[in-house]
Design a protein around this ligand. Structure first.
Ligand SMILES: C[S@@+](CC[C@H](N)C(=O)[O-])C[C@H]1O[C@@H](n2cnc3c(N)ncnc32)[C@H](O)[C@@H]1O
Length: 278
């Protein structure tokens, strides 16, 4: 069902383009993000959250995830410029990318490409699983052999145009452990900045369907935290590599309008189903 929310969006709907659908406040565009970003209005996005393909041979349905490194990085270089164009001057762009044990520079190489266009304002470590003492929380892919340890984290690079975008740190804050700190340091509430290490475990799943038949999704809590940290109510959210739609599910939960672009029709369809069910 097509729901048109405002005149700008209605105008976009009738532009020549592949295909797009509205579910609630969310627009899902089936197409190549390089083309679709070029069609969007400049300065129209508050928060972009995305995870591009990592070029590590993931079996996506449509996209070839094993290209020569230079070609892959050149492609991301063009995407960086395209994202920068559609972002507002005080916008935030959260780029999730991980390395592999065999290719430990991958995330940093990708970040360096985006560095040519943006300023790195914050650098988060997303912890998927952690052991504290004898206790372990979260899920991980076990690594065989004696050379490498299990790889339990990825990066979330927070890029902005200026490096000085004001955030709502307490929107993703945590209560003080030592409550005496509240009065001692003159805080007006029991919340402190949670820091730049985010523990966001995957939910336990027992089938591909529970992972929305997508090989590389992130938990909805990840984009949710990014959008809340950016701190604008009613923000316009963008994910140019939408996958199974986690970013738009987060945007909908938070009352934001969102735009997601996905090249594969089945993944775009899954995103639509998830949004309808949410
Ligand atoms: C790492 S996945 C994103 C997963 C997503 N964050 C989620 O939680 O489901 C990257 C996605 O980018 C899509 N993709 C690859 N090239 C694309 C392009 N040129 N335009 C739009 N989407 C593309 C792939 O099909 C894949 O679904």
């Amino acid at each position: 069902m097509l729901q048109v929310l405002d005149s700008n969006r209605a105008a976009r709907q009738v532009e020549a383009r592949s295909r797009s659908w509205m579910v609630g406040r969310q627009e899902i565009i089936l197409g190549d993000c390089e083309d679709e970003l070029a069609r969007m209005a400049a300065g129209s996005v508050d928060v972009a959250v995305t995870s591009p393909p990592y070029n590590i041979g993931v079996a996506y349905r449509s996209y070839d995830d094993k290209r020569p490194r230079d070609e892959y990085l050149d492609w991301l270089r063009r995407i960086a410029v395209a994202i920068e164009r559609v972002m507002k001057n005080d916008g935030s762009f959260f780029l999730n990318v991980g390395s592999t044990n065999a290719d430990p520079w991958l995330a940093m190489d990708v970040a360096n490409v985006f560095r040519e266009t943006f300023t790195l304002q914050n650098n988060f470590t997303w912890v998927k699983s952690i052991s504290i003492g004898d206790d372990s929380v979260g899920h991980f892919k076990p690594i065989a052999g004696q050379r490498f340890l299990n790889n339990n984290h990825e990066s979330i690079f927070h890029f902005t145009k200026t490096g000085s975008v004001r955030l709502d740190r307490l929107a993703v804050g945590v209560p003080f452990k030592d409550k005496s700190n509240i009065a001692r340091w003159g805080h007006d509430r029991d919340k402190r900045c949670a820091g730049n290490v985010w523990f966001i475990p995957y939910k336990t799943v027992r089938s591909k369907a529970q992972k929305f038949d997508h090989p590389a999704g992130f938990p909805v809590e990840l984009p949710e935290r990014c959008i809340r940290l950016h701190g604008k109510t009613g923000a316009t959210v963008l994910d140019p590599f939408l996958g199974a739609g986690s970013t738009l599910v987060a945007a909908e939960r938070l009352g934001c309008a969102g735009i997601g672009i996905e090249i594969d029709p089945q993944y775009a369809g899954t995103a639509m189903e998830r949004l309808r069910a949410s």
